[in-house]
Design a protein around this ligand. Structure first.
Ligand SMILES: [Zn+2]
Ligand SMILES: [Zn+2]
Length: 56
């Protein structure tokens, strides 16, 4: 097993784990969505259930 089929979002506050194929790449890092990739610039979270990456 050399393939990683799930990666954690690079956002430090984010608990999301996503398949790399569906991740948003930004600066060589993989994020679960645009909100995380943008550093939550708009203040919104990724919107995934159970994740509070927008708070804090
Ligand atoms: Zn998140
Ligand atoms: Zn995220």
């Amino acid at each position: 097993m050399t393939e990683v089929d799930r990666v954690k979002c690079a956002c430090s506050d984010c608990v999301c784990v996503i398949p790399p194929a569906k991740a948003v790449e930004r600066d060589g890092r993989l994020f679960c969505g645009d909100a995380c990739a943008n550093g939550h610039a708009s203040g919104s979270g990724c919107g995934h259930v159970g994740c509070q990456c927008s708070k804090g």
